[in-house]
Structures are given as structure tokens and as C-alpha cells.
Design a binder for this molecule. Structure first.
Ligand SMILES: [Zn+2]
Length: 375
């Protein structure tokens, strides 16, 4: 990927962040040299789905000179999730309402069948596999055939938080696009301009988002998402100072919610990750850089009782837990192990509950925006 020229015109496709990825895709689009398959990687909510939708709009736009124009009927229908040539495949849920653990062979067969047909309306069919790390072995092998003989006028987009979870033969047949968190200042501007948030509120939500515009927009629209972090902060303090029984009750509860609504349960782990990352900053005397400044007093108290290695070790444990869950490990065991590794401060450490710190986490709230799931 070329470095950005300071003089190159800024192309955003109407998105916040991802300039390098958009520049590369836009160049491919203009030169008619897009790959038939892309592997789009990046953390949850960073904007993988939003970029995929833009790419599907770009290849089908009725106004090619400024594609994706976002105004033509094709762009609008794709944006609203109502275009017959754009197909999203993801784990979803079973008829019994449980979160499915994988993307199975039937999903890929449906996709393969669709790929043999000409586009109904558009110029190109776009197939988006959201959560590609969850493709079953059988489904992966089937998808590989599609990648080996790509049908004409089709675009395959594989979205994943962890490319390591995919077959290397799949990875090597896709062009890789890595998405990174967007600058906080850009997200703050987005929230002020499009969500009508006052500047101080926009700045706060932007910092909390850790560079993920999708999360920031969801939080701006749904205040309960911000309330939830208060509940979670209370829960973390309670568990750090609590006994094994409480810790295992928590892992059982979270594993149960993981079974029902995978993304919402992972969201809780991201809250934990952010809180512990801030704790590390506080421990190192850099609390002013914390994503969330509402818990600094509680974090300062806890930081006194823990050493840096304990905090770093637990951050690594949480990372490994998220990786294990992405790789379809047994959620209960993975979360039990995480709870066993939760650091224990000296019994003398003081606990100050956060304001409004009622501990009653409501697991399982979906936060997908309209049209397409967040990714
Ligand atoms: Zn258009």
C-alpha cells in the first residue's frame, strides 16, 4: 500500500477513518482492478461492515464517476439492506434463539448457488461473510472452491476480528485489508455533525469508543450503553474483592449469555478490557490518557494494591480469552480460567463504589444498527 501523499485528495466514501483502505479500494475501482476477494480484518465495531457496504455500493453505483455516490437508487437500497445482489452471511441464531457457534456448510452452499447467477439488478454481486473466523471446516473448504474459481461479476468480502482463525489457503487467496481505530478527534466531529451531540459529550463518547465509530454512534443513540459501563465498573470492583464463588457465578452467567447472544457477551469483555487498560494507565501515572475518566478514584485505590505485572498479566489473559472465544473454545471453561486469573489485591484495599453503581448487568442486549449488523 502506498504511503499517503500529503497532496492526494481526501477520499472518505462518507466514512470516518480508514483512509488508506479507502484510497486503495478507490484506486482499484477506478482502474477496474479490484480483487475478486478481500479479507477485511480489525477489532469489533471498527467499521468492517460499513466499509464492505460502501464497497458493494461503489461497484454497483449508477453514477460511476463519483461512486459510491450514496444518492442513487442502487446506493440507497444497498445502504438500507434491501438490494438483491448484496448477500450477508453470518452465524445469526438458531430457531430456538441460541447464538449459532459457526457458519455452516448450508450457508456457504446458498452463497455458492447465488454466485452462479447473474446479478439481478446491479453490475456485480457482493457476498459478505461476517465473522469469517466462525466458518466451520466443511464450510471453509467449500468456500475455498469458490475462491479458486471465482465467478465473474462477484465480490467476496470476508470480515473477521482474527484472521488467524481462517485456513491459510483462504487467507492467501484474498487481498488483505486491515482496519485500524479512527482518530478520536474525527469521531468527535462525526458525533457533533451527525448525532447532534454537544462538543464535550461528543469528545467523551469518542474517547470511550477507542476509535470505533460504530460503537460511538450506537452509544450516542442509546444512553443505556453508557449506563452499562457504570454497572460493569461496579461489577469489576465487586469481583476483584470478592471470593471464588462470586467469580465463578459471574463466569457462568457470562458463558450463558455467550450461548444466547455472542456479540453482546463479547461486548462485556470489551468493557472489561477498556477498564483494565485504563487501570494500567492510572497505575503508570498516565490517568489523563484513560479512555474513561469517570472511575479514576476507584482505579487509583485499586492500583495501589496491585503491581504493574498483575495488571498487564490480566490484560493478556483477557486478550487470550477473547481469542479463545473467537476460535469457538468452550466459553464456560475459557471464562472460568479468566476468573481464576483475576488479580487479588491485599484485603486492606479500600473499595469505593462508583456512583449509580447498582450491580445488575443486563446481559444480552443487541446493539446492531439498522440494516446491517455492526462489525
Ligand atoms: Zn450511487
Amino acid at each position: 500500500m502506498e504511503a499517503a501523499s500529503p497532496h492526494s485528495p481526501s477520499i472518505s466514501w462518507g466514512l470516518t477513518g480508514h483512509e488508506a483502505a479507502i484510497r486503495e479500494l478507490d484506486r482499484g475501482l477506478r482502474a477496474d482492478r479490484l480483487s475478486h476477494a478481500y479479507l477485511i480484518t480489525g477489532p469489533t465495531h471498527v467499521g468492517k461492515m460499513a466499509l464492505s457496504i460502501r464497497l458493494a455500493q461503489a461497484v454497483n453505483c449508477l453514477s460511476p464517476e463519483d461512486a459510491p455516490c450514496l444518492r442513487c437508487s442502487s446506493c440507497r437500497r444497498i445502504g438500507a439492506g434491501q438490494h438483491p445482489d448484496v448477500l450477508v452471511v453470518e452465524p445469526g441464531s438458531t430457531e430456538e434463539g441460541r447464538a449459532r457457534r459457526d457458519i455452516g456448510i448450508d450457508d456457504v452452499r446458498a452463497l455458492q448457488h447465488a454466485a452462479t447467477l447473474n446479478p439481478y439488478e446491479g453490475k456485480s454481486r457482493a457476498f459478505i461473510v461476517n465473522g469469517a473466523e466462525l466458518l466451520s471446516e466443511e464450510a471453509s473448504n467449500s468456500l475455498l472452491k469458490l475462491l479458486e474459481e471465482p465467478p465473474p461479476r462477484s465480490l467476496l468480502l470476508l470480515l473477521t476480528t482474527s484472521a488467524d482463525g481462517l485456513l491459510s489457503t483462504i487467507r492467501s487467496r484474498c487481498r488483505r485489508i486491515e482496519l485500524h481505530p479512527a482518530p478520536v478527534v474525527d469521531i468527535a466531529v462525526l458525533l457533533q455533525q451527525h448525532e447532534d451531540l454537544p462538543p464535550d459529550e461528543a469528545e467523551k463518547v469518542a474517547r470511550l469508543s477507542l476509535g470505533c465509530p460504530g460503537w460511538a454512534i450506537s452509544a450516542a443513540r442509546d444512553p443505556s450503553i453508557l449506563d452499562e459501563r457504570t454497572e460493569e465498573a461496579g461489577r469489576i470492583l465487586q469481583l476483584v474483592h470478592g471470593g471464588m464463588e462470586q467469580r465463578f457465578a459471574f463466569s457462568a452467567e457470562l458463558a450463558g449469555s455467550f450461548f444466547r447472544e455472542r456479540d453482546a457477551a463479547k461486548e462485556h469483555l470489551y468493557l472489561w478490557l477498556r477498564w483494565w487498560r485504563d487501570l494500567l494507565l492510572v497505575k503508570e501515572g498516565a490517568g489523563q490518557y484513560a479512555a474513561d475518566s469517570d472511575y479514576l478514584i476507584q482505579q487509583q485505590e485499586l492500583a495501589q494494591g496491585l503491581n504493574t505485572a498483575q495488571i498487564v498479566g490480566f490484560l493478556q489473559t483477557m486478550d487470550r480469552t477473547l481469542d479463545a472465544l473467537d476460535a469457538n473454545a468452550n466459553a464456560r471453561i475459557a471464562l472460568d480460567v479468566m476468573m481464576l486469573k483475576l488479580p487479588v489485591p491485599p484485603a486492606s484495599a479500600k473499595v469505593t463504589e462508583p456512583e449509580d453503581g447498582d450491580v445488575d448487568p443486563r446481559w444480552g442486549r443487541a446493539r446492531s444498527g439498522p440494516g446491517y449488523p455492526a462489525s
